[in-house]
Design a protein around this ligand. Sequence first.
Ligand SMILES: Cc1ncc(C[n+]2csc(CCOP(=O)(O)OP(=O)(O)O)c2C)c(N)n1
Ligand code: SF4
Length: 255
Amino acid sequence: MRKVFAYTDGLTRLPTHYCPGCTHGVIHRVVGEVISELGLRERTVGVAPVGCSVLAYNYFNCDMFEASHGRAPAVATGAKRARPEIIVFTYQGDGDLASIGMAEIIHAANRGEKFTTIFVNNAIYGMTGGQMAPTTMPNQRATTCPAGRDVNEVGYPIRMAELIASLRTPAFVARVASHTPEATIRAKQVIKEAFEHQVAGECYGFVEVLSICPTNWGLSPRESSSWLEKEMVPYYPLGIKKRPDEIKGGAHGHN
Ligand SMILES: Cc1ncc(C[n+]2csc(CCOP(=O)(O)OP(=O)(O)O)c2C)c(N)n1
Ligand code: SF4
């Protein structure tokens, strides 16, 4: 008989607390599968953020830290520098990473810390009730901008993958999505490559995953999936933004 579903030992068997249709759970699953399939589970340490995934340490079946607001990259830096042989990842939402912890992530990436970041971009602060995030779309409504994001007042959404990719430091940087089975299969391939670059000791890895928040978007899960495709993907283009071997002249070159 063909097996169509099996648990991964990259995750615990606990039911998650996420809302129905939220793709945090899908992204957890993909990361758990990658860690398990690469045989890394016994030597992996994850760092959980603030936000809806604050309880991620309950779900990943590996050692986990809980970092304070936006500081996951600092915790990951310490862990990886102290024990370079372990595999370290941060799992962060857009409020945690692109707002509260913007300085942390930019400097960790710029230093070329050899860990991997999974950045879950759902264009809103989920856990705290749907406030505007740096990634909220133009005209998108949020509790702190009930008439929609006014880009003349607060600027355009920040494209984190492009920002990180603009740093000269060698890195693996990509953006994927989690709203359809096809997108999720691709997300898994890319997340696997990010971990492989860490296993090879090559570089920092940053994978932005577009995610849905039906609860705070005020849409059904199906409508949320369509909204992500129609509104987010054109502004946040998917794909590999940077690979470590694409740096001309190497890390110390002048171009
Ligand atoms: C310094 C500070 N700023 C803000 C907060 C409140 N806070 C906790 S989680 C969170 C939002 C997290 O949103 P995001 O990272 O986008 O994750 P999501 O819940 O959407 O997955 C905020 C604003 C806080 N506790 N401390
Ligand atoms: S509030 Fe949004 S991000 Fe948080 S669990 Fe619910 S759907 Fe997911």
